[in-house]
Design a protein around this ligand. Structure first.
Ligand code: WTA
Length: 646
């Protein structure tokens, strides 16, 4: 049988669909034609202290630039994720926690228990001095306390800023400083794939660089030995023993900030993407229910880390707002071996599994036996996120993992968009491997050419979103001008995603990857400028240029061209030293895959580095370098080609 190009909605999915094809077309049409009433109706799915009467109020134009949703509504996000479920499903499991070490027992929390844990955590934060509006940095492993900490912040109206546990002390310090966090919540150590991550020791290194920091709340996760600084550091368990497990939920305006999450862009330091309360929660919860076709009682597993937006929206906020049972996994998909992810799915009878293409490619490479020796009978729906999925990996996921019976929802979105934007509804939309398919309710994608001209029909261009949606980011923390500048000036009046995209004759969207200087390494966004800045901090480096190149497992790898200072000798030792250097400066995910020493970089006469040429060489595509005649010194290209690494 040849591989079909299109996978129709299976008959049983059609029969039970929450939203079928016709209804999708109707609802999507209405969401665009009459957004005010559509969104006020959708807003009823949340528990409001004061129900909003205004939906979206926004303009992307420079003169009148503003974005708000449900501005007159009041709610508490944490209460939506816990209190509101107590009467109906207090005894239902809210969180299942699967430890890194498979021989250890999983932990389970019912909604009633989760409520108590969140209240207790909130009281600990208050005792540590937290007030409404304060920023609290969360630097945690994947343990249930990480989810409690997020919800505890939301409960008291503090703004959380989660920093991925794989980031270095310097990267952590930069993020604490940028939003002037007063409290850091961390753990003694994290565990991932059998290895320890020295979280508290990293906080100790970051802390002296952070004048705003007053308290460090430390959760005991591994029992590893750490230093505690008197006056600054407190054990969570000591404080938890002294506080009540009741804590009133703060009444928050829908537009009050919920969280900041730092993400990489084309230029400069990572930006603090700010999301607010009402619109974000609505977006996370509605997309979670519709795209995953979530039904009460199902065990749902998003295998992301809470340090990324996927963890925020699809481990914590979306599922818990919907009263789901959400699985949190401490470890990595391929440890102790390549069966782990499927074993965890079997162990907990997971019905919905959401993961990243990079994990699938890594597992696929290990061979089918690791999959086929597990049952996977519980699986009903599979999802992917983070980067384009190559059709080969899609088909493997579909045929080998899902045995042909599970639809795959390929969800395109960004930290900035809050939750999924382009994705199939599994009962409504036929699937095409590699396509995120169709826009969610309220989303109006457009493809534009370099001049901003809107392209119709089957075409390829830059992806913009022509109108606001409830889950849209509201600002860059501390720099509203940068927010406007980054997203709304390239194509005035529209939100520019930074992604390229193709639309086919059936109106399906196919994301082709970033069109800016952001690379996507294993589904993690990395700004080339960040890696370059880290490299030039090294005493021997004069100049660096970083580009992405296609990588079998990671999607994109990091390729760095480095010019050394005079009298510095290129060597393999120095190459390794520089890789370790970047790792220490930013974190392991930023480690360059290849470093090429280059006596010169290709520059225009005005001194601009021609990355197009560097990308081609990194890709190994040296026969079509295009016009090099505008270079200040065309001969540098010959040297670069001759000394390509790879
Ligand atoms: C890419 C992750 C293709 C895209 C939720 C986007 C995708 C960036 C997909 C955002 C997908 C995410 N298909 N590409 N399904 N999902 N991307 O902010 O380039 O970490 O701009 O958010 O990942 O990455 P971020």
């Amino acid at each position: 049988m040849t591989d079909p190009a299109i996978y129709p909605v299976p008959a049983e999915w059609k029969a039970k669909a929450k939203v079928d094809a016709q209804r999708y077309a109707q609802l999507h049409g209405r969401s665009l034609a009459d957004p005010g009433s559509f969104w006020l109706e959708q807003a009823k799915r949340l528990d409001w202290i004061k129900r909003p009467e205004i939906a979206g109020d926004w303009s992307f134009d420079e003169k009148d630039f503003h974005i708000s949703w449900f501005a007159d509504g009041k709610l508490n996000v944490a209460a939506n994720c816990t209190d509101r479920h107590l009467a109906t499903r207090g005894d239902q499991t809210a969180i299942i926690w699967e430890p890194d070490e498979p021989s250890e027992e999983p932990r389970r929390y019912t909604y009633a228990e989760l409520h108590k844990e969140v209240c207790r955590f909130a009281n600990v934060l208050k005792a540590a001095g937290a007030k409404k509006g304060d920023r609290i940095t969360i630097y945690m492993p994947m343990i249930p306390e990480a989810a409690f900490a997020l919800l505890a912040c939301a409960r008291i109206g503090a703004v959380h800023s989660v920093v991925f546990g794989g980031f270095s002390p310097d990267a952590l310090a930069g993020r604490i400083q940028d939003c002037d966090s007063t409290i850091v919540v961390t753990a003694d150590e994290g565990r991932r794939g059998g290895k320890k991550v020295p979280l508290k020791a990293n906080v100790d290194k970051a802390a002296p660089l952070c004048p705003s920091l007053e308290k460090v709340v430390v959760v005991q996760a591994t029992g590893g030995s750490i230093d505690m600084e008197p006056g600054r550091d407190v054990w969570y368990h000591d404080m938890a023993a002294m506080v009540a497990d009741e804590c009133p939920a703060e009444a928050m305006g829908a537009e009050d900030p919920l969280f900041i999450l730092y993400t990489s862009g084309s230029t400069g330091k990572p930006k603090g993407v700010l999301h607010t309360s009402g619109g974000y929660l609505l977006w996370a919860s509605l997309t979670h229910e519709m795209i995953f076709d979530y039904r009460p009682g199902q065990i749902y597993w998003c295998a992301a880390d809470i340090g990324w937006v996927t963890g925020h929206s699809y481990i914590v906020y979306g599922p818990l707002a919907n009263g789901a049972t959400t699985l949190m996994y401490e470890g990595v998909p391929n440890w102790p071996n390549a069966s782990r992810i499927w074993e965890v799915a079997d162990r907990h009878q997971v019905e919905i599994l959401y993961t990243a293409p990079t994990a699938l490619r890594a597992l696929m490479k290990e061979g089918d036996d690791f999959v086929t020796k597990t049952s996977r009978k519980s699986l009903k729906l599979l999802g992917t996120v983070g980067e384009p999925i190559n059709p080969e990996a899609w088909r493997w996921y579909h045929e080998v993992v899902g045995e042909g019976r599970c639809p795959i929802v390929d969800t395109w979105w960004q930290t900035e968009t809050g939750a999924a934007m382009i994705a199939p509804l599994p009962g409504a939309i036929d699937l095409k491997p590699g396509s995120a398919t169709k826009p969610f309710f309220g989303i109006e994608p457009q493809l534009v050419d370099a001049d901003g001209k809107v392209l119709d029909g089957a075409t390829e261009g830059n992806l913009v979103i022509a109108r606001s949606w409830p889950g849209q980011m509201r600002t860059v923390w501390g720099d509203h001008q940068r927010f406007f500048q980054t997203y709304f000036t390239t194509y005035p009046g529209k939100y520019f995603t930074g992604d390229g995209c193709r639309r086919d004759e059936d109106g399906y969207y196919w994301i082709t990857g970033r069109v800016d200087d952001v690379i996507n390494v294993s589904g993690h966004r990395m700004g080339t400028a960040e890696v370059e800045s880290a490299l030039v901090l090294h005493g021997k480096v004069a100049e660096a240029a970083v580009v992405g190149f296609p990588h079998d497992i990671k999607g994109q790898g990091i390729y760095a061209y480095v010019t050394l200072n005079a009298n510095c000798e290129a060597s393999d030792e120095l190459r390794n030293e520089l890789k370790q250097w970047v790792r220490a400066e930013i974190g392991p995910i930023a480690t360059p895959d290849a470093i090429q020493f280059a006596p010169g970089l290709p520059k225009t006469r005005s001194g601009k580095i021609m990355r197009r040429i560097l990308r081609k060489i990194a890709e190994g595509d040296v026969t079509s370098l295009g016009d090099t005649s505008t270079l200040a010194d065309p001969s540098v290209v010959d040297d670069l080609v001759a000394n390509r690494v790879g």
